[in-house]
Design a protein. Structure first.
Length: 206
């Protein structure tokens, strides 16, 4: 009986070791919460900029096209900068807490699989902007981000798939109701991240 328990313990330890080597386990739930809060701040800034309206397609605005494009670029850029910075900070803290290396072959693979669809999506959004199809940019951002998360999910915790599917559903809905892109943007990048991050925090970090 003792031998069986020892074998089961060895198998459990081997499985945990293999999981540590094959998956990035330092992704903190607080990273998701902070990213969501930053995204909501960006959405509120856009709401205020467009005269406190969620429908920026049909609402008359007192800005030139160049000013609108500059604002969108600055708003999205700052949101991404702060979200990535906070995610790196909390993930580093999580890795230190678990005594795990942050920068490994697995984390590099995860980053590559995450960035490729995001870069493709960014290029596609620029093409939409060039053609003047601004209404479809929020939907495209959500869809490509969802595909990026789904692509990277096999290298980290499996729960991230639910966030990926949420982003994809919201992206499709946003493409249908194009006039409310800001609402879906806030739901996808804001609320969904906060809910996901909170669940992950209470499940793995408390």
């Amino acid at each position: 009986m003792e031998d069986i328990k020892e074998h089961l313990k060895d198998i459990s330890e081997m499985r945990a070791m293999m999981e540590r080597n094959s998956k990035f386990l330092s992704l903190s739930g607080l990273s998701g919460v902070s990213a969501g809060l930053v995204a909501l701040c960006g959405a509120v800034a856009a709401w205020w900029y467009f005269g406190k309206s969620f429908d920026f397609i049909r609402t008359p605005i007192q800005h030139t096209r160049e000013e609108v494009y500059t604002f969108f670029a600055a708003d999205a850029g700052l949101v991404m900068l702060f979200a990535v910075g906070l995610a790196a900070l909390f993930s580093r803290r999580m890795a230190k807490k678990k005594d795990l290396p942050l920068w490994t072959a697995t984390s590099k693979t995860l980053l590559i699989n995450l960035l490729l669809p995001i870069l493709a999506g960014g290029a596609f959004c620029l093409i939409l902007l060039w053609h003047g199809a601004v209404a479809f940019i929020p939907a495209s951002m959500l869809l490509f981000y969802g595909m990026a998360l789904l692509n990277a999910s096999k290298f980290t915790l499996p729960e991230i798939r639910y966030l990926a599917l949420t982003e994809l559903v919201l992206g499709l809905a946003c493409a249908v109701w194009i006039g409310h892109g800001l609402v879906f943007w806030a739901l996808g990048f804001g609320i969904a991240h906060i809910v996901y991050g909170a669940v992950m925090y209470f499940k793995y970090e408390r």
